[in-house]
Design a protein around this ligand. Sequence first.
Ligand SMILES: Cc1ncc(COP(=O)(O)O)c(C=O)c1O
Length: 416
Amino acid sequence: MRDLFSKIYRDKGPLGKWADQAEGYFVFPKLEGQISNRMKFQGREVITWSVNDYLGLANHPEVRKADEEAVKKYGSAYPMGARMMSGHTDLHEKLQDELAKFVKKEAAYVLNFGYQGILSTIDALVGKDDVIVYDVDAHACIIDGVRLHLGKRFTYKHNDLDSIELNLARAEKIAQQTGGGVLFISEGVFGMRGEQGKLKEIVELKEKYNFRLLVDDAHGFGTLGETGAGAGEEQGVQDGIDVYFATFAKSMASTGAFIAGDKEIIDYLKYNMRSQMFAKSLQMSLVEGALKRLEMIKTMPELKNKLWENVNALQGGLKERGFDIGTTTSCVTPVYLKGSIPEAMALVKDLRENYGIFCSIVVYPVIPKGLILLRMIPTSTHTMADIQETLEAFSAIREKLEKGIYKRIAKEVMKG
Ligand SMILES: Cc1ncc(COP(=O)(O)O)c(C=O)c1O
């Protein structure tokens, strides 16, 4: 037998092993100042492309005022306890009604956190006889929800219709044997590469296969669809989504989340989602803040229009300059470059320190070896000047990358 901690002394985990080189810079960086298009990193002003504040609500004066007043009125504790026990209020119900109307569903339920909420949604929807089918690129919260499942599960190739059908057929076959049902899970928008889930085609498959559809629309809510109701609205299939989920952590610029669907299903979930039944309710200041944000999303279409003006300018400008932005169909803007991890590190350092551009960087094993993914989140607070400056910086760093300058820098650092 060995000390439980001995493995920790040996192996810090797939990301933790980079802590010495990366912490404070590539991971756990500290962005300072008010949340906006320009913030400070290590004392220097940078254009921020890594904050999911799509509609610019995080620091909007009306939102700040509503948040301050709500905290003054309720403090940060109220209500205490889980919803089921002592943490339920009229305002939680009001927010649910408003959210349900907004996403065109019969009912909604507010969640204290999105991650735990979706995990428990999955857990509550399936029993050991049921089968789950989900995208191989699903967000960690979906993967963790599936991990709790005691029955069969199948992943399909990312957004691949042949693979979707193949796995639905497999799932149906097993469900016929066990007497269970099939839960299909997709994201509305895949947050890393920006592709919308193939919701229209998936909903059409309901004619052929018997399954229920859960959609995590974290990045679609507020950004897609005529009214901002998300990817289902954008693709004209909101009715075909059985359980709709979105977090408040992106367009709503806050904390919390919700699920929406038919009343009977939401009522069932409200009594069976363990992370909600046994954890503190979303505090009132956040509930009131969410009501304010939702009202703004509904009544100020200019926020979404400005966001898309910026998305189109950024994505159009990158394409014009010959950058590979993959197959994004959302605001999420990936830029793929070819290079090693040490080159990626030198490149990002150059971008931040010499060009004042702060964006997230993704490398192997999240994406294939030899690729560097710079992921950008445009918001309605960005300006055309921010976009122009960023495009010029990207052209400059690509030239340096192609000339091998970052390779040399990386080698010197290694020798160093
Ligand atoms: C696709 C997706 N689902 C769920 C979540 C989790 O939401 P929350 O931050 O509210 O826990 C996130 C991250 O915010 C996400 O990107």
